[in-house]
Design a binder for this molecule. Structure first.
Ligand SMILES: CC(C)(COP(=O)(O)OP(=O)(O)OC[C@H]1O[C@@H](n2cnc3c(N)ncnc32)[C@H](O)[C@@H]1OP(=O)(O)O)[C@@H](O)C(=O)NCCC(=O)NCCS
Length: 189
């Protein structure tokens, strides 16, 4: 088992900064979700139930509690040069016993295609591997090639497909698992 850990509230990448999700960006978050519903809802199933600014603020509050409990670390992705909100990334499913965690993410549609998410993944991954997480996962709907490509582009290896584990919008879908190992982490003595 590795010790419980927290992450830095600010992580700096090449073109992005990751800031611990707090209420400062709730307005931009709400706008981004509301303006990108059709794009985001395909693979993010909380979009349809996010119907107001208050929903967003409540989730931010919950994520702050999760951060304090060291169970999930949610960041806003900010453009390093303009200071504009781009999207979100988080570390979840932290399993200290088995040294495992997973990454989740999304971008505003008009901010895709610039490598911002790859930058964010590389930045958060470095921070998490420094805490002795050994196995980092990116999981996505098999139809979500843009997300799978983020994993592949950043050196995550395809491991398997879980059949029909996602029930959404009236149909069962498959989930692909991509994995990167922190080869520098030593096994427990
Ligand atoms: C999944 C998602 C984050 C991918 O965004 P993205 O911008 O394609 O991801 P990247 O940051 O890796 O950028 C890659 C793209 O930028 C281009 N790019 C430009 N500069 C780049 C750079 N320096 N580094 C990497 N890619 C760069 C790549 O060529 C690629 O473009 P392409 O898709 O036209 O080939 C985005 O599609 C999204 O938010 N989808 C909706 C929500 C979602 O599905 N979330 C995941 C749930 S599992």
């Amino acid at each position: 088992m590795i010790p419980a850990f927290t992450l830095e509230e600010k992580l700096v990448g090449t073109n992005i900064i990751l800031l611990k999700r707090n209420h400062d960006f709730d307005k931009e978050l709400w706008q981004a979700i509301d303006e990108n519903r059709d794009f985001l809802r395909q693979y993010l199933f909380w979009v349809d139930t996010t119907n107001s600014f208050d929903n967003v603020a409540a989730v931010t509050k919950k994520f702050n509690e999760d951060w304090a409990a060291q169970t999930k670390f949610a960041y806003n992705i900010i453009d390093k040069h303009s200071g504009k909100f781009l999207g979100c990334i988080d570390i979840h499913d932290i399993d200290l016993t088995n040294h495992i965690a997973a990454i989740g993410y999304w971008l505003r549609q008009n901010k895709t295609g610039f490598g911002y998410m790859s930058d964010a993944v590389q930045t958060i991954e470095k921070a998490v591997f420094a805490k002795n997480i050994r196995r980092l996962e990116i999981c996505c709907d098999s139809l979500n090639r843009a997300s799978a490509n983020v994993a592949i582009r950043n050196g995550y290896n395809y491991e398997c497909t879980l059949k029909e584990v996602i029930f959404t919008y009236g149909e069962f879908r498959n989930r692909e698992i991509y994995v990167k190992f922190n080869r520098h982490q030593l096994a427990d003595k």
